[in-house]
Design a protein around this ligand. Structure first.
Ligand code: SF4
Length: 474
């Protein structure tokens, strides 16, 4: 390894640091150009505000509106056809750079925190279940109000989240991102996806110690999402903002195997709420949310319930509607959910989440027990191996909105079915490989590992079946 003297963040020399490669130089570039990054962030905030607010002031687009000729259609395409699916892919490729460099909510909450009351974060806010609860609530509420189709629920959900981010920033922390760290509805999902990113900010403990022994006193680093720099081992919580690049000559942007964090770090850091988010959230609730409108089971359940209600003379649930902010209600677009529709929608999504999640959890449990006595941390570690499949499913679900919008505007999108099949197959294989590598950490007995792998593959069956039904069978 080439050794040379490089300056630390405060310009002091740190001896023994490795020569920066292209990635380390990119990290240093981010660290040096924080002012430019902030300017870009405010540009994103401006575009975000326009796309969020202006469509609400315009008439609803009719059938002759295209995404290139109507701002409301364009905004819906940007938010749900591009932003969500490709931010998820971006996070899996380069970590949470979206969060650290571009996210408007992150910028706003940090700005508010710099000019706010600076109170200490309350204990209830640090409960690790909030990201999972927030993800589940916003997903379900989004379906009830047709957030992917209409500007008003988009403003309500995204704008409400942004307002909450600003308020939390104003109240808590000083120049910090308390909202992003503990409450953001997308934060839990991003934290999972970042684990498979082949880029991260790596901390070299030996170089850190050497810098301390040399009594170097570098200037402080403001890590807005409150990552403990010295002990950081993975990219899950890091927003990739680059501010710590070069700190004590021990932190640098570096490549890694996309399997590394899940196999070698997640065993110590995996949390039960992450398992819930993966198994019941991404492989259950998200599946139900994308499925219900295409499901023949939903139609059959609705017909059955309507018939029973009519026979009992209870007709009001078949006619009663709710305001647009509670249930989809656009009569001039022939798009109205009755109370019966809304109740069945929620029941369908929750049932799929529970059924698919429970089946997955059960087989994961069997897989864990194949390795020996019950070990909760090993169980949660194995659940982390599901991240590639869980992520691929959500990406395919979201990208179906992209494809639907493009096709409705007459833009052909070829090889969709084949691409979906290949992506799901590759993600399934990747998850299986991860589980195989994880089992090697816990036992050397091959027979146990093979049995665990079989059970793990069975744990992937419910989600794969659900996506197959949606994309191929229905
Ligand atoms: S650890 Fe903190 S300061 Fe360093 S890149 Fe990540 S978010 Fe930024």
């Amino acid at each position: 390894m080439t050794i040379r003297i490089i300056p630390d963040i405060a310009g002091r020399p740190v001896t023994g640091a490795p020569l920066p490669d292209v990635w380390a130089r990119i990290g240093d570039w981010l660290q040096i150009h924080q002012r430019t990054i902030r300017t870009v962030q405010w540009g994103v905030v401006s575009v975000y505000a326009v796309l969020l607010i202006v469509p609400v002031l315009l008439p609803l687009p009719d059938r002759t509106a295209y995404l290139w000729s109507n701002l409301a259609r364009f905004a819906q395409f940007v938010f749900w056809g591009i932003w969500w699916p490709f931010v998820l892919v971006g996070t899996a490729l380069v970590g949470r750079m979206w969060c650290g460099l571009l996210c408007p909510e992150g910028s706003i909450t940090e700005f508010a925190s710099g000019h706010g009351l600076g109170k200490a974060t309350p204990k209830w806010m640090t409960w690790p279940g909030w990201p999972t609860v927030a993800f589940a609530s916003t997903t379900l509420y989004g379906q009830m109000t047709s957030v992917y189709q209409y500007p008003r629920p988009t403003l309500l959900i995204l704008g409400g989240s942004t307002a909450a981010a600003a308020l939390v920033g104003y109240l808590y922390g000083r120049n910090k991102r308390i909202w992003c760290r503990y409450l953001c509805p997308a934060g839990g999902v991003f934290a999972l996806f970042a684990k498979i990113a082949p880029l991260h900010f790596r901390v070299e403990p030996a170089l850190w110690q050497r810098s301390q022994l040399a009594r170097e006193k570098p200037g402080p680093v403001n890590c807005a999402p409150l990552v403990p720099l010295r002990t950081m081992r993975g990219g899950s919580d890091c927003h990739m903002c680059g501010r710590c690049s070069g700190f004590r000559g021990a932190i640098r942007l570096a490549r890694r195997s996309p399997n590394h964090e899940i196999v070698h770090v997640a065993g110590q850091t995996a949390k039960p709420w992450e398992t819930v988010l993966i198994v019941f959230g991404l492989m259950g609730l998200a599946l139900g949310a994308f499925q219900w409108s295409a499901s023949p089971w939903f139609v059959a359940a609705k017909q059955w319930a309507a018939t029973r209600l009519a026979e009992a003379g209870i007709l009001w649930p078949l006619d009663a509607t709710a305001p647009w902010w509670a249930l989809t209600n656009y009569p001039d677009r022939n798009d109205v959910l009755t109370l019966l529709d809304g109740t069945l929608l929620v029941a369908y999504v929750v049932t799929v989440a529970l059924a698919s999640g429970a089946a997955t959890l059960l087989m994961l449990l069997v897989s864990e027990r194949c390795l020996g006595k019950w070990n909760p941390s090993r169980f949660h570690h194995l659940a982390q191996a599901l991240i590639p499949l869980a992520g691929a499913g959500v990406f395919l679900g979201l990208s179906s909105l992209t494809i639907g919008q493009l096709r409705s505007d007459g833009i052909p999108v070829p090889f969709v079915g084949e691409t979906r099949a290949v992506l799901l197959a590759m993600a399934t294989l990747w998850s299986a490989v991860l589980s195989w590598q994880i089992t090697a950490l816990y036992t050397t007995r091959r027979a146990r590992r093979v049995l665990a792998l079989f059970a793990f593959c069975a744990a992937m069956a419910p989600a794969n079946t659900g996506w197959f039904l949606l994309f191929a069978a229905w």
